[in-house]
Ligand binder design. Structure first.
Ligand SMILES: Nc1ncnc2c1ncn2[C@@H]1O[C@H](COP(=O)(O)OP(=O)(O)OP(=O)(O)O)[C@@H](O)[C@H]1O
Ligand SMILES: [Mg+2]
Length: 229
């Protein structure tokens, strides 16, 4: 039986620029199943970040629905939405790490698993950093890490609370192409071996080619979907 993690139904978002409506999304229907690795590909302005913000419960649609693990987000109040966001593993283009904290501290910080004590949190952070290949960099601060290493820390942090899925906006947008490929190998491994459901936004065709499904957007619509090997 399939297990739908994210579904959007006729999702529309219209921004008002003064009196001028900007239709950023014009009825997007997307279904992401457990274990999927979906890349959302499209040129600048096609609505990728708008879609990510709606799926991540960071903004509300003008029309249509976002359903996460069977829950229609429009039925949730602000506290419930905040809780829901904690179940999503966000990864951003600019890493968004805390400069004062070392890698371990950055991964430990968001942990809110009930009953997880201090030393267990530390152990879990070490395990996650080991999983992303940073065993020897746990005590480095972001300034003491390369771009690719920073993004690995950000991915470990995104996994801190066993998220229901990873939601990544241009995760390789700020790193060179060789490092980007290494990051994609890590994401592929997490998807394949640990079953981490992943939605990744990118404007890079080659990066998108690493996903199992490639969804192409243009002018606020999905224009094509390609299933890959
Ligand atoms: N707050 C806003 N107010 C008005 N228009 C907006 C706002 N945010 C986005 N838009 C418009 O909505 C459309 C989609 O924007 P969006 O940021 O989703 O594109 P994108 O695909 O993420 O582009 P990029 O690759 O450049 O990040 C664009 O035409 C943009 O100008
Ligand atoms: Mg964007």
């Amino acid at each position: 039986m399939k297990n739908t993690i994210v579904q959007t139904k006729n999702l529309q978002k219209t921004y008002m620029l003064g009196k001028v409506p900007v239709e950023a999304l014009r009825g997007v229907n997307l279904k992401v199943e457990k274990g999927d690795f979906v890349a959302i590909l499209g040129p600048s302005g096609s609505g990728k970040s708008t879609l990510m913000n709606l799926i991540g419960a960071l903004d509300k649609p003008t029309n249509g629905k976002v359903i996460i693990n069977g829950v229609d987000l429009s039925t949730l109040n602000d506290n419930q939405l905040a809780d829901l966001r904690k179940s999503i593993g966000f990864v951003f283009q600019f890493f968004n790490l805390i400069p004062r904290f070392d890698a371990k501290g950055n991964v430990e910080l968001p942990m809110t698993i009930p009953g997880l004590g201090r030393s267990e949190r530390r152990k879990r952070a070490e395990k996650l950093l080991d999983d992303v290949g940073l065993k020897d960099r746990m005590n480095h601060t972001p300034a003491e890490l390369s771009g690719g290493e920073r993004q690995r820390v950000a991915i470990a942090r995104a996994l801190a609370n066993n998220p229901s899925f990873l939601l990544m906006d241009e995760p390789t947008g700020n790193i060179d192409s060789k490092t980007a490929n290494e990051i994609m190998e890590l994401v592929e491994k997490l998807n394949k071996e640990n079953g981490v459901t992943t939605i990744m936004i990118t404007h890079d065709q080659q990066i998108a080619g690493r996903a199992k499904r490639m969804v192409k957007m243009l002018d606020g619509e999905i224009i094509k979907e390609i299933k890959q090997l």
